[in-house]
Write a protein that binds this ligand. Structure first.
Ligand code: S3P
Length: 175
């Protein structure tokens, strides 16, 4: 792994449907920052859709691509980064996420998360044998272990979450 100075990014982690991508874009717009999305970055880097990477190369390969993309983000100026929901499932990625900056865990109830997702067929792990609640329970300790801040999004739209979270990060001198 490359060694690097902390680039002071703000990273959003959490389950699919937590609103990470939209909130990252909204925060970036409001504070004049650049936003990145690890799923979009990987699709561009690999030249395949996320669901095709899972189907053709498997989850472990996807996690490795996430790691490669995080290494690329280590070279960028401070930005807002939306991380794929399963990025915290490998020790290497958890270590990288924590080194890249301030990590916000967007907490969401699994049923609410699923109801927010419009294309479930694009989320390979939500179509697997585990229910969203089981997956979230399995991952919760990993999410918590990476988080500098936990923000509950339950019952709130992305506009409200990004506004409140922005104010909180501003108060902390991070935005
Ligand atoms: C995944 C979540 C997805 C995407 C991939 C795997 C997961 O990202 O990275 O389908 O393991 O939970 P979103 O959290 O943006 O849906």
């Amino acid at each position: 792994m490359v060694d690097f100075e902390c680039p002071n990014h703000i990273l959003l982690i959490g389950f699919s449907g937590a609103g990470k991508s939209t909130i990252a874009r909204k925060l970036a717009r409001r504070y004049g920052k650049v936003s990145f999305d690890t799923d979009i970055g990987i699709v561009r880097m690999v030249g395949k859709r996320v669901e095709d990477i899972f189907a053709e190369e498997g989850e472990a390969a996807f996690r490795k691509y996430e790691h490669d993309y995080l290494e690329y983000l280590a070279t960028m100026d401070p930005a807002i980064i939306s991380c794929g929901g399963g990025i915290i499932t490998t020790a290497e990625n958890r270590e990288m996420v924590k080194k890249l900056g301030f990590v916000v865990l967007l907490r969401v109830d699994p049923d609410e998360a699923v109801s927010r997702i419009t294309r479930l067929d694009k989320k390979p792990l939500l179509n697997g044998e585990k229910t969203p609640s089981e997956l979230l329970a399995e991952r919760w300790d990993w999410y918590e272990s990476c988080a500098d801040l936990i923000f509950d999004t339950s019952g709130k739209g992305t506009g409200k979450v990004s506004y409140e979270l922005g104010c909180l990060l501003e108060d902390k001198g991070l935005l």
